[in-house]
Write a protein that binds this ligand. Structure first.
Ligand SMILES: Cc1cc2nc3c(=O)[nH]c(=O)nc-3n(C[C@H](O)[C@H](O)[C@H](O)COP(=O)(O)O)c2cc1C
Length: 465
């Protein structure tokens, strides 16, 4: 009798899993050609997706963002979904039709200005009753920058420098209101108790601004901060400022390595491991049995990587036109063109291949060893299915990865929009709830509450004048 209780006293408490839903954007995870796929633009799609996530008690809904239509070989890349509505507009609309679900938007710090971004997030935090999150990204290139007034004016190495100053400035704006300034005293005709409300001033290498911030302090004080970059600078930036990281490391080994690395960076910023959550993106394929799920996963991979997609992917590494090649044939015997990537524009994956010649060598070896055609190889090397199996298998894997510190949870990316989350909500979530590792209801009202993050210090230190 005494053994189990001794065990439970000494063993590590089971971590609570964080789950979020990523409305798939423009990438080949999304199978828009599937007969069940709906619109990626109509509000009804966002609504249904958000309602499923909220019904399942997910922490938040996540939107990625791209600021220019992707091109390849000088043409719009229409093998993925093309075009999507503005992040703030979608999230504001969703704030009105959801009650607890967090609302996370990806907003770039290279091409925007802190005053307008802070204003939009503070507003979203008000409208949603404290559910806003900002995924700070620094991408991409001069090609994207052409869409903007000041163009692609930042070298890659300067972007995190701007991001840091951007964050500090946004902080200053959020903190320019303490939260007790508005008294709206009708009898005495006094609206503001503090005439200094919203005062800010910021002069640094990127910003030279002063004035009054016009949005009063929001329920969370500021949005929850996410970061989604993988470089050393990106990880430092996250360790210094973010509340959560959106990572691409969803497997046990890669996840644990990333987790240990990033959490290990926190001490030098005076922070503790629970102050920064690691949430990898993860896809899933569910069926009644593991065997059926594997078969279905194979079908999904072939939908995700058509013959045309396979050639386009290969071109992104080879950096040259390969349209004459047969996707069911062998890899080209010419080498990639080294230097600045000019064939594919506006894609993050292009920069993932730091040494194209080396990657091409590895792909050739793999294709030869396994006798793979171009398409089969692309299916293999661009693999994205994190969880494949019956609901119990998937629940087991998710729980195991979280308990073994490969992550604190997952941001799930279904391949069907908008109803691809339903099976997960109906079949996997109840298993996690039965095990006591996922909430059966929201305990708090704000996204910080859902993520288990401590509220920000209030009142803030006295305003600098
Ligand atoms: C998982 C993940 C998701 C990302 N999603 C976006 C996105 O939606 N929009 C965007 O502009 N950049 C996105 N990025 C790019 C990063 O935010 C970052 O700017 C880029 O990776 C360059 O930084 P790095 O060199 O630190 O990786 C993403 C990166 C990762 C790792």
């Amino acid at each position: 009798m005494s053994q189990p209780s001794q065990k439970s006293q000494t063993s590590k408490p089971r971590k609570q899993i964080h789950l979020a839903a990523h409305f798939p954007g423009v990438n080949n995870t999304t199978v828009w050609s599937d007969p069940r796929s709906g619109s990626h633009i109509e509000f009804d799609s966002f609504l249904r997706f958000a309602q499923t996530a909220e019904r399942a008690k997910f922490d938040f809904l996540f939107l990625a963002e791209g600021l220019r239509l992707r091109e390849q070989g000088g043409q719009i890349y229409d093998l993925d979904v093309v075009g999507r509505p503005d992040t703030f507009t979608i999230l504001a609309a969703l704030a009105a039709v959801t009650e607890r679900l967090g609302l996370a938007g990806t907003i770039n710090s290279t091409f925007n200005e802190p005053y307008e971004v802070a204003r939009q997030f503070a507003s979203l935090d008000h409208l949603s009753g404290g559910r806003a999150a900002w995924n700070v990204v620094t991408s991409w290139d001069a090609f994207t920058g052409e869409n903007f007034r000041r163009g692609g004016y930042l070298a890659q190495e300067d972007r995190y420098e701007r991001a840091k100053l951007f964050m500090r400035t946004a902080w200053e704006l959020f903190d320019s209101w303490r939260g007790d300034e508005i008294v709206a005293d009708k009898e005495n005709g006094v609206f503001l108790a503090d005439p200094g409300a919203g005062t800010f001033e910021r002069h640094d290498a990127q910003f030279d601004i002063r004035g009054r911030f016009d949005v009063p302090r929001s329920p969370q004080g500021r949005p929850v901060i996410f970061q989604a970059g993988d470089s050393d600078e990106g990880r430092e930036f996250a360790a210094a400022t973010a509340d959560a990281i959106f990572s691409r490391h969803a497997t046990l080994e890669a996840g644990q390595a990333f987790y240990t690395d990033v959490k290990g960076r926190l001490t030098k910023y005076g922070r503790t491991p629970e102050q920064l959550l690691i949430l990898p993106a993860a896809t899933f394929v569910l069926a009644d049995t593991d065997g059926e799920a594997r078969e279905y996963a194979h079908v999904v991979r072939r939908q995700q990587v058509s013959g045309q997609t396979a050639i386009r992917f290969l071109e992104q590494l080879w950096n040259r036109d390969l349209s004459e090649y047969d996707p069911d044939g062998p890899l080209p015997d010419v080498d990639p063109v080294v230097g600045e990537n000019t064939i594919a524009r506006g894609r993050a994956s292009v920069r993932m291949y730091r040494d194209p010649l080396q990657t091409a060598r590895e792909w050739r070896e793999l294709a030869e060893a396994k006798k793979l055609s171009i398409r089969e190889l692309m299916i293999e090397v661009t693999g994205r299915q994190s969880f494949v199996g019956s609901p119990t298998t998937v629940a087991d894997e998710i729980d195991d990865l979280v308990q073994r510190d490969a992550s604190d949870g997952f941001i799930l990316v279904p391949h069907i929009t908008p109803d691809g989350l339903d099976d997960f909500a109906d079949k996997v979530v109840p298993i996690l709830q039965e095990r006591g590792v996922f909430r059966t209801d929201y305990a708090g009202t704000t996204l910080r509450d859902h993520l288990g993050l401590a509220p920000l210090e209030v009142p803030l230190p006295a305003r600098r004048r």
